[in-house]
Design a protein around this ligand. Sequence first.
Ligand code: NAD
Length: 376
Amino acid sequence: LTVFVPNESGAGEPRVAASPDTVKRMVALGLDVVVETGAGRDSRITDEEFSKGGAAIGTSSDASKADIVLKVRRPREAELKSFKKGGVVIATMDPYGHEAAVAAMGKAGVTAFAMEFMPRITRAQSMDVLSSQANLAGYQAVIDAAAAYDRAFPMMMTAAGTVPAAKIFVMGAGVAGLQAIATARRLGAVVTATDVRAAAGEQVASLGAKFIMTDALKDASGEGGYARELTEDEKKSQSALVADHIAKQDIVITTALIPGRPAPRLVSADMVKSMRPGSVIVDLAVERGGNVEGAVAGKVVTTDNDVRIIGHFNVPGRIAASASLLYARNLYAFLETLIDKQNKSLAINRDDELVKATLLTHGGEVVHPNFASAPV
Ligand code: NAD
């Protein structure tokens, strides 16, 4: 079986779906691995390092010979044409809102797995790309905020006077938010955080931050440990609490998401206006519609009152070397479950809950229940 790992930097993706470590593991499984030249460059992995791991270095034309393609992003139509019919593609597929692209993968006859649909069960923890990438995004959000903030984070008492500690408010205390809190605390900021899941309160407190939640909102935990959308009354009560608090903050980092829905709007233009000049907002949900009014995906917006709203695309890609290492390990852990080690062949068990949850297209059709009947 041949595995191909393309170079995605031409498509603006600095991450790569394999590392020298995972190449070694794949070779040990009996797979032949071909890595496209330059695939690791933006993640600081050289072709030589991939070769040392046991990979052959190839070109994009090697995709046509591969039984398995490992990717960061969903394959584009042009790429699909070069893939083998019946070949496997494993990537983050971003399928919602891109039903036509899902249908195209079906039509191309590839067996496509969407890593972001991996169930959050113990067995699949090592395959959880959402967590590995969100964790780094949470860290990077604080680094981006610190770089844009013209003041220090920690309180500094010096002979020349005292620099006050930065006040940071993290909205959404899931994987990304908790890492943002931990990172901001390490840098010496005074951190508060909010979430709509009551369980998040304890986790926030354990990181040394103060949890803020309205009395009116008891708990909005939904299915699978995710948040549900708030009712109009709950939204109003959250907004009233947040409005007062934000006006006193130097930095706001928002990470709130609701599965399968646009990101909830948490920070209004009036709240942004209430912040002091020089304040910084990082909206990690900007690609899903944004938590902050006025945030623009791919841009840093400076408001009239001199607040910067940072809306970078692909935040894990801003810390690509680390993100690729973890992403590659996530993919390898899943790939291993699809290989029959004795016969060195593909063994896709359609009854396995991991396969059931992630398989998008197979045998020329869209098979995932959420997309099978979607209009194209
Ligand atoms: P997510 O990316 O879907 O959302 C980020 C956070 O935003 C969540 O904490 C959510 O509650 C919060 N949020 C949603 N609406 C909000 C609002 N209106 N105001 C404030 N906050 C809001 O979440 P995630 O980071 O993927 O984590 C979701 C859950 O899954 C958590 O309970 C986490 O601990 C759990 N988890 C479990 C596993 C596992 O068991 N393997 C792995 C990762 C995460």
